[in-house]
Design a protein around this ligand. Structure first.
Ligand code: ZN
Length: 287
């Protein structure tokens, strides 16, 4: 049984900190409680000089099913302390004002904050890595996944052009990004490797050992050298347009939320975790 009091666990193994999302009963759906627990764990790993490399993992069969849009622990109306962005709290706001405040902080802002963690990070991915789950894997420097891992961003079904941290064209290339988004299909580990979206695909039973071994190998490098190298590659990626591209797409994303709210029931086009699943099953019904 998962503990809703400890939604993220923290463990140090030699030079490696292992930060684990711990809502396995909900496929590690990310609510705000988890977001801030993750942030606290990352800060702890950054501040501990003995930690050289950080591994981000998900407890259970799946890495992450994405943002929490339907579990009993969904807390999108709860107050939180802004950490990633200097913006007002979303709780007492309405409409686009509320959505923009919230998503600037907990989605785009937090993902950018974590991408800039000055120590190498490795996502250790098994099972589902869907929508918001992609954002967590993509902000890590390396991705090691098991052969049972699968990836998808089905939010186009909600009329929304991809998740908030719009890294798709940079992490898999523009043409793959279009197929990935247009179909909403699940793509397996081998396909992700072919796109260059993941570093390594390993058997499920070896995922943890392989990931830790890679982390330990990296950990033998000088800490400051690793930090500068990470910054160098991230700067190059931003010069390839990722940061400004994401800013412009964040506007389209919020236009889509606003359009949905204007013409329909809610900003998600009336979809929730259950209807998304049903619609996908219908789409693939003839296969
Ligand atoms: Zn959104």
């Amino acid at each position: 049984m998962s503990s809703e009091t400890e939604v993220v666990t923290y463990e140090v193994r030699g030079p490696v900190a292992v930060i684990t999302m711990n809502r396995p009963d909900f496929r590690n759906a990310q609510n705000s409680k988890m977001t801030y627990a993750l942030d606290a764990a990352f800060v702890r790993a950054v501040e501990d000089a003995a930690v050289k490399v950080i591994v981000l993992a998900g407890n259970g069969k799946h890495f992450s099913a994405g943002h929490d849009i339907g579990t009993p622990g969904r807390d999108h109306d709860a107050h939180y302390e802004n950490k990633a962005a200097l913006w007002w709290d979303h709780v007492d706001r309405t409409g686009g004002d509320q959505r923009f405040a919230r998503e600037t902080e907990v989605y785009l802002g937090m993902c950018r904050r974590w991408r800039e963690i000055p120590k190498p990070t490795i996502a250790m991915v098994q099972g589902a890595c869907i929508a918001g789950g992609l954002m967590l894997a993509w902000v890590c420097d390396l991705i090691v996944c098991s052969d049972d891992a699968f990836f998808s961003d089905p939010v186009v079904r909600m009329g929304i052009p991809g998740v908030e941290y719009f890294a798709h064209p940079w992490v898999m290339g523009p043409r793959a990004a279009k197929e990935f988004l247009f179909t909403g299909d699940r793509f397996g580990a081998a396909q992700a490797k072919e796109w260059g979206m993941v570093n390594r695909v390993v058997p499920r039973a070896e995922l943890e050992a392989e990931t830790i071994a890679l982390a330990e190998k990296i950990a033998t490098m000088p800490q400051f050298g690793l930090a500068l190298t990470k910054k160098a590659v991230n700067q190059a990626e931003d010069l390839m347009g990722m940061r400004s591209g994401m800013d412009s797409v964040f506007g389209l994303h919020h236009f889509a939320h606003a359009h949905n709210a204007e013409v329909g029931a809610d900003s998600l086009g009336g979809m929730n975790a259950k209807t998304m699943k049903t619609a996908a099953a219908e789409q693939n019904g003839s296969k």
